[in-house]
Every structure is written in C-alpha cells, then in structure tokens.
Design a protein around this ligand. Structure first.
Ligand code: ZN
Length: 411
C-alpha cells in the first residue's frame, strides 16, 4: 500500500497541523489547495502551467467523467493522471454532490445566510428536478442528453476505481441548508449505510484490480449545521471498519453556513482520527481557507478560482475586482504587484482589460493562472507560517487588507 499521511508539525493552541500525504503519484505537502479540473482539465490552462504555478494535485469529478467520455475510457488510458497528462496526484469527487445538485439546482456549498431556509421540496427557479434519491442510490437524468442513469455506492466505487485517482470519496447524500432537520437525519443515516457499502466495494475492487496503484478512500462527514449530527457522523465514520477496511481519510461535506464554518469544522476535526488527512470539500475563498486551516483541515478544493477568472474577476492582496472594469483601460501595472505568477510577471491590467473586452480566449488562460496561483500560494504561505510559528500574525496581516467575502462552489 502506497498511501500514508505524516504529521510534521501540530499547533498546541489550535487544531492546525502541517503534514505530508504520500500517494502513488507523489507527495502533497499540507495544508494544500487542490485546483479543480472537473472534466480532466483545468479549463483553459495546460497541466504544465498548473505545475509551474505550484499546484501539487488536481481534483476531477466522477459524475462528469462517467457521462463523458466514460470511466471505462479512462481505465483503458491507464487512469486519470495518464489520460490528462498530469503526472502528479489526483482526487475524484464521488458524484454524490453533483447528481444531487442536479435535483435542486443549488450549487453553492456555503450560504451567506442560512436562516431563511427550511424546506425539502425547494428547487431553484426554472429548474426541473433531475435526481431522485432512495435508500439504495440516486436515479438521475444526464444534463448532457437527458438519458437516465443510476448511481449507487457500488457504482460510484466502480466508476472511481476505473478513473483511477489516488484519492476518492465515498458516495454520500449531500443535503442543502434548505432541508429540514428530519430530512438531514434521514440523509445522514443513508450516508452511514452507503459508507459501509463503499468500504466493502472498495475492498473488493482493490483486491480484484491486481497491479493497479492503491487508491485511497475518504469517508464524507455530513450533518449540515447541526452539532449532534456532525459529531455523530465524525464518530461513526471515524471509527468505521468493515471487513478489516477503514477509511484512509475524510472529507467534510454538505452545505455550510459561512458564519459557522469554523465551529462546524472544529466539531468534526476534534473527533476524527488525528493520523488521517481531512479534506474540506468545495471551500476555497481566502478568508474561509484560514478558518479551515486553523480548525484542522489539510486539503481544500474549490472551482471558484477558475470559474470567476473566466468572468474577469481576480483575487489580489487588496481584495477581488473585475478586470473588465473601464478603470483598468490604461492601468499598466500587474494584476497584483506582489504576485509571482506567469500572468503578473508578463502582463498588465490594461492588457487583461483589453483581452477580456475583446473576448479573446487567452483572457481565461491568463486570469485562471493568476487566480489559481493566488490561492495555491496563499495556502502554501499558511503552511510556512505554521512552521515558522507566526500563523496568527500572517492571518491578521492578510485579512486586514483583503476585503471581499463570497460563497463557495463545487462543480
Ligand atoms: Zn498573478
């Protein structure tokens, strides 16, 4: 087995730690931000550029790759890493979040205000319900061609084994903050039962697929904003063992109220086994990454950095702004004078403004490189600050200047 997690430093006054996740495709120094390449590509950016900007690993999505080109194609190609020409470690999201958000049209992980939500039948405007959950799995309609499909824990494990990422997630029922408390309990019971089925199928596939690199399986902690549910999920999945198989790490999933992020994450991480890595799913805005790191999360992913880049929005030390704004037409300074990315060392805001206004394809490439570098580097700096013993100062310095606050997304 070539998967392990070493803790190199742990804070005495918080849950934060610095570690190394070792995978068959190489190590990941944590805390780390993992950029998202949903369909086996970070949109508009070459893998070489992702490596150059410091990305240690990439996260793709099982649901999207199952529909197109088909997980069997990735298996035949030699796995995700080989298929997409990314030699480093990879993750796949289980597809649970994606098929379930097809049902309701809500893609946000973090809500700015969760107080007004409490219904199970709510769907976003103009959306048809495309997924139906039962105790065995989820039946859903493809967003590509309307064809019907069914994911069960076993199917998700088979698909993720074929895709071949180093780190996979168990198939879970991801609820939203809109759901009622009774529904959250029901969904958590389902996620518990599905976790056991994932462990069993994962063990069977690992034994069957002789000669393939070991794929680690992370259990996903649900429970929305409820303390007792989150703690129960962490206790149950943290100690879960089926036929001698336990989880290699954990994902913290589900909808989160932005104001409660730190509290919810600490409930869970105080209980989860210390010696296993913890991934905070779908979180990636600068202010939330600090909260995640100081409450004991090791890795993060979020599609926001690349998605907003394509709309001309960029992160900087002074906050987030849009390059298409006319005030940048004659601004011949870099996007962020303190950024060391390829875009900031070669281009000006005026050029970026021009290519966005002209709808040039390169606008997406250059802005994505900057945003991914900004977030990857920020988490790298947090890791260094933990090692140097000045995390609190570094956080205060950053947040003192950074102003923008936003929700989070998974893809
Ligand atoms: Zn930059």
């Amino acid at each position: 087995m070539s998967f392990s997690f070493d803790i190199n430093h742990a804070e005495s006054n918080s849950l934060a730690r610095v570690g190394t996740i070792n995978t068959p495709h190489g190590p990941i120094q944590t805390p780390a931000f993992i950029p998202v390449g949903t369909k086996a590509t970070v949109k508009s950016v070459l893998p070489e550029a992702m490596k150059d900007l410091g990305s240690q690993a990439l996260l793709a999505n099982a649901y999207h790759l199952y529909l197109q080109p088909g997980s069997d194609v990735l298996d035949e190609a030699g796995g995700l890493s080989q298929f997409m020409n990314w030699p480093g470690p990879t993750f796949t999201d289980s597809g649970g979040f994606q098929v379930l958000s097809l049902g309701v049209g809500f893609k946000k992980v973090l809500a700015m205000d969760a107080q007004t939500f409490r219904r199970d039948d709510v769907i976003a405007g103009n959306k048809d319900r495309l997924a139906h959950v039962d105790d065995e799995g989820v039946t859903f309609k493809s967003h590509l061609d309307g064809s019907m499909h069914r994911f069960t824990p076993e199917v998700s494990m088979q698909v993720q084994h074929q895709i071949g990422a180093d780190i996979m997630f168990a198939f879970d029922e991801c609820t939203t903050l809109h759901n009622t408390r009774p529904y959250q309990e029901l969904a958590m019971d389902r996620t518990y039962a599905w976790a056991i089925r994932c462990l069993d199928e994962h063990k069977r596939l690992t034994q069957e697929r002789v000669g393939k690199p070991y794929q680690a399986l992370f259990g996903v902690i649900q429970g929305a904003q409820y303390e007792d549910l989150r703690k129960k999920a962490a206790t149950d999945l943290g100690s879960m063992e089926s036929n001698g198989q336990s989880f290699d790490g954990f994902g913290i999933g589900g909808a989160l109220d932005k104001g409660e992020l730190g509290t919810i994450v600490s409930w869970v991480n105080e209980i989860l086994p210390e010696n296993k890595p913890r991934h905070l799913l779908g979180i990636g805005a600068p202010e939330d990454l600090f909260v995640g790191v100081e409450n004991g999360c090791d890795t993060f992913d979020c599609v926001l950095a690349s998605r907003i880049a394509r709309t001309s929005a960029v992160y900087t030390m002074e906050g987030r702004f849009n390059l298409s704004n006319s005030r940048f037409k004659r601004d011949f300074t870099p996007i962020d004078s303190q950024c060391d990315c390829y875009t900031c060392t070669h281009y000006t805001r005026a050029y970026m403004h021009h290519v966005f206004r002209g709808k040039e394809i390169i606008s997406a490439t250059l802005a994505t490189i900057h945003n991914e570098r900004f977030i990857v580097r920020l988490v790298d700096q947090m890791r260094q600050a933990l090692l140097d013993g000045n995390f609190a100062e570094m956080k205060a310095d950053f947040l003192g200047r950074y102003t923008h606050r936003s929700g989070q997304s998974r893809d």
